[in-house]
Ligand binder design. Structure first.
Ligand code: FDA
Length: 305
């Protein structure tokens, strides 16, 4: 049953007509728990609040699967505006973005131009930028673009997904760039030909890449709400004397907020991924797919109104 619901939400996350409707009708149906608001002003308030509590942030202007140049340029402009707000307001925040929102499905030139504009602004404001990883069909291209950008900039990182078979090789291959990577389990629906179908195998591979990347001496962001993974990372750091300045934990806005505070109080860097903007529909559906128990929460939100 859970698998069925998961597949249904992942299917819905890609539905263009529903995305349009969602954009039009704003942040309803409980999505507000996972999304900081539709404007940079509201996101700024959310970040200030998190910073005050000892949490650091990575901000994401929601948007994906852009299919025209004008929209891709607008998305880049929004990211630059977010970077400037971080600088102006003195926020402790990085930036995350998706290559499809920068025009990946249109042309590599467009993506590179937009990314250079963003990374230059980010450099001026002391902001680090992480390239999120999307579905498997975009993985190879995203890694290639990351490598090109990494040759030019030191304030850029990307994400590696533990559910893919190719991932161990990517971790080894990327080591020569000494990259700052966010490691995750992976959020998209992928076929068995490219990704481990069993959760236990994904978890094992997740631990394996955390260990390799940390022991290679690279900065590692362990992005997970899974207590077993968090414990594993803490123990690994103790066992190999890896300083807390070489790794951090990351969680999504609105998910396990009490655990986020605890980890920060324990002295770990705890970064919260704060999405904002009106294109929240695909993001929201993937969160429901990860944990169908969230549906109960959302239903409560609808009926309370
Ligand atoms: P998993 O989903 O296996 O859950 C393990 C346990 O964690 C659960 O049993 C429960 O105890 C707890 N838990 C999980 N979700 C919960 C919830 N909603 N509420 C309460 N408890 C919950 N993916 C991707 O493909 N590309 C990307 O770029 C990113 N970026 C990214 C950034 C950040 C900061 C995070 C945290 C995650 C991502 N992801 C991602 C998503 C990631 O791939 C993955 O889908 C989710 O993090 C869910 O996997 P977990 O590791 O959290 O554990």
């Amino acid at each position: 049953m859970e698998q069925l619901m998961r597949n249904a939400f992942l299917f819905l996350s890609k539905n263009k007509a529903l995305t349009k409707l969602a954009k039009r009708y704003g942040l309803r149906f409980g999505a507000g728990r996972f999304v900081a608001g539709e404007t940079i002003g509201l996101a700024t308030e959310a970040i200030k609040d998190l910073n005050k509590k000892g949490l650091v942030v990575t901000i994401d202007y929601l948007g994906e699967f852009v299919d025209n140049e004008r929209e891709a340029n607008q998305m880049a402009d929004e990211s630059i505006e977010a970077i400037r707000a971080i600088g102006r307001e003195g926020l402790n925040s990085q930036l995350s973005l998706k290559m499809t929102s920068m025009g990946l499905d249109i042309s590599e030139n467009l993506v590179m131009n937009n990314m250079r504009r963003i990374l230059n602004a980010a450099k001026e404001n002391g902001v680090f930028v992480t390239i999120d990883m999307e579905d498997y069909t975009r993985c190879e291209k995203t890694i290639e673009i990351f490598k090109l950008l990494r040759e030019e900039y030191d304030n850029v990182g990307t994400v590696i997904q533990a559910y893919l078979y190719r991932t161990e090789k990517d971790i080894d291959d990327l080591n020569r760039y000494k990259p700052n990577l966010r490691l995750v389990k992976g959020a998209y629906k992928e076929p068995e030909t490219v990704a481990f179908p069993n959760k236990a195998d994904v978890d094992e591979n997740f631990k394996k890449i955390i260990k390799t990347h940390m022991l290679n001496g690279n900065y590692t962001a362990v992005a997970s709400h899974d207590e077993a993974i968090i414990e594993y990372t803490k123990n690994l750091a103790k066992e190999y004397n890896i300083p807390r300045t070489q790794f951090e934990f990351q969680m999504l806005y609105g998910i396990r907020p009490e655990r986020q505070l605890e980890l920060a109080k324990e002295g770990y860097t705890m970064r919260v991924y704060v999405p904002y903007g009106n294109d929240w529909y695909g993001y929201f559906m993937r969160r429901l797919a990860e944990r169908p128990a969230n549906v109960a929460f959302v239903l409560k939100g609808i009926f309370k109104k």
